[in-house]
Write a protein of this length. Structure first.
Length: 378
């Protein structure tokens, strides 16, 4: 080190420096040498309280600080910044360790993140932070990006003791490891599981570029429809879809609203008007039902496709229409009274979910109002 430090840097070509940067040449113990990229000269002010991060990041010993200029030339970090601390999580993720010390190190870093990073900083770094997840390989520490990981929010606690349900979750989603507390999951800004699923398949109203609030638009449309036209419109939709059977029920039942995948819908699990037809929505039908009269003006005939504006007549009798067709379950919630936690934007107030793909929904009570109606069984 002394010889290299005293040597004129100009006498060493770039190939020499590159060779040193890719070799285990930095001494971090009595007989231990590591790559320069795994060493920093010191902690910066933001990361100084994180503690030791060995063997994934070392701090240069006091006796070698005199060669700091040389070491930084070949890849040693001048300071261990937040980004270097977060890179430790990525290195552990690449190793897929089964070492207890690595578990302790991960938890220490995550606690440091929760204690030292602001909410805004966490939001910006979601694609740099790795967290442990549940997996079939129980002996290995599996880490995934925080932006891809969900947690069981308190509304879904009923799932925690359902082993088969949890197994199905880990096959479809990364669920934060059970050793990570609820408070830490929230602090790390992980998404609740039901929100992640809902966000992955948003079902939006198409507003054709106009800027007025969606509820205002719906109010205008309803003024064009008498409340007595609801059944007529649904029958017309069924006929347009080629249905050969229809049925209309007044369902006076009050359903069990516990163990819902979307708990906010509990208040809508009472008496309801059920309308059935034996046609199945095509993708075009789903597109048409989303359209909210982009070109509609007062006193102008309202028609936008088979399932367009006419469907909106149902808002005379409900604020939260929902339906099942084929493998799809869809809900609209323009007033955000039921799905405010799951919907990202008031301009996209709906969800459409494939309940065969997301088998977890069938393990909840979400489909109780539909089950048994005209043979439906999810």
């Amino acid at each position: 080190y002394k010889h290299l430090h005293l040597a004129n840097f100009s006498n060493c070509n770039s190939q020499h420096w590159q060779q040193l940067s890719q070799s285990e040449v930095i001494q971090v113990g009595h007989n231990k040498f590591v790559l320069p990229s795994l060493v920093a000269c010191s902690y910066d002010d933001n990361s100084m309280h994180v503690g030791k991060l060995e063997p994934y990041l070392y701090i240069l010993s006091n006796t070698l600080q005199q060669y700091k200029e040389l070491f930084c030339r070949i890849g040693v970090h001048e300071q261990a910044t937040r980004m270097e601390v977060l890179s430790v999580l990525k290195r552990i993720a690449n190793v897929q360790s089964s070492n207890d010390d690595d578990w302790k190190l991960v938890k220490k870093i995550l606690k440091w993140i929760c204690d030292n990073l602001t909410s805004t900083e966490l939001q910006k770094l979601r694609n740099k932070i790795y967290v442990p997840v549940n997996s079939d390989t129980k002996d290995k520490l599996i880490l995934k990006l925080a932006s891809e990981v969900a947690y069981l929010n308190k509304d879904l606690e009923w799932l925690r003791n359902n082993y088969k349900a949890l197994q199905s979750i880990t096959k479809e989603y990364f669920l934060v490891h059970s050793s990570i507390s609820y408070d830490m999951a929230c602090s790390l800004q992980l998404k609740p599981l039901n929100t992640m699923i809902a966000n992955s398949e948003e079902f939006t109203f198409e507003q054709a570029g106009q800027s007025e609030p969606l509820t205002t638009r719906l109010n205008r449309i309803l003024r064009e429809y008498k409340d007595t036209s609801v059944i007529q419109e649904l029958l017309q939709n069924a006929d347009d879809a080629g249905a050969t059977e229809v049925a209309v029920y007044y369902d006076a039942r009050k359903h069990d609203s516990n163990n819902l995948f979307f708990p906010g819908m509990a208040n809508s699990y009472g008496p309801a008007l059920l309308f059935y037809n034996n046609a199945e929505f095509s993708e075009e039908d789903f597109e048409n039902i989303r359209k909210i009269a982009g070109e509609t003006k007062m006193n102008k005939p309202l028609k936008v496709g088979k399932f367009g504006v006419g469907f909106c007549s149902v808002y005379h009798i409900t604020d939260v229409p929902s339906f099942v067709s084929g493998e799809m379950f869809a809900v609209f919630d323009p007033t955000l009274q039921c799905l405010s936690k799951e919907i990202k934007s008031e301009f996209n107030p709906g969800i459409r979910i494939n309940f065969y793909k997301h088998r977890l929904l069938k393990k909840s009570n979400q489909f109780i109002p539909y089950t048994g109606v005209c043979g439906f069984n999810p």
